[in-house]
Write a protein that binds this ligand. Structure first.
Ligand code: HEM
Length: 116
């Protein structure tokens, strides 16, 4: 069970890498678009995060306050990705505030996961 939990944590970290990596690539390329890889990364983070939120393969307790805050932040990122994706389909440019909010909220969730 512990090993399986370890595998799900690795998948959760890969989903974070997909979301943040895709965002960072857009930042460096100066396009600032919302991409499909970001959306898939978010879905994967939700699925693996929910699996990790159940108390299995663990010795200690889970911090449900922290998990709840991460879930709220994920929903906010999802809303921004939805708005950005819809604007992209209508060939309208994204605002910088929307684009930066996606990256900063992703980093916020990483900070909550690692530091709290
Ligand atoms: C953008 C979304 C998310 C990001 C960037 C993210 C990031 C991370 C990172 C970097 C870790 C590893 C922390 C460590 O091992 O020290 C982690 C662990 C974890 N995450 Fe997430 N996460 C996200 C969404 C979620 C969601 C939505 C949930 C649950 C509803 C969740 C639940 C968890 C749990 C339970 C752990 C394991 C904590 C532990 O066992 O110590 N995450 N997350």
């Amino acid at each position: 069970m512990e090993a399986l939990r370890g595998i799900v944590i690795v998948l959760h970290l890969i989903s974070f890498a997909m979301l943040f990596g895709a965002w960072f690539a857009e930042l460096l390329s100066k396009r600032q678009r919302v991409t499909g890889l970001m959306q898939w990364g978010l879905v994967a983070a939700l699925v693996t995060g929910m699996a990790l939120a159940a108390p299995w393969g663990l010795d200690g307790d889970l911090n449900y306050m922290k998990i709840g805050v991460k879930l709220v932040v994920l929903v906010m990122i999802g809303a921004l990705l939805g708005i950005g994706g819809a604007r992209h389909r209508r060939k309208k440019p994204n605002s910088s505030i929307l684009f930066w909010s996606i990256g900063l909220l992703t980093l916020l969730n990483t900070g909550i996961a690692v530091l709290v």
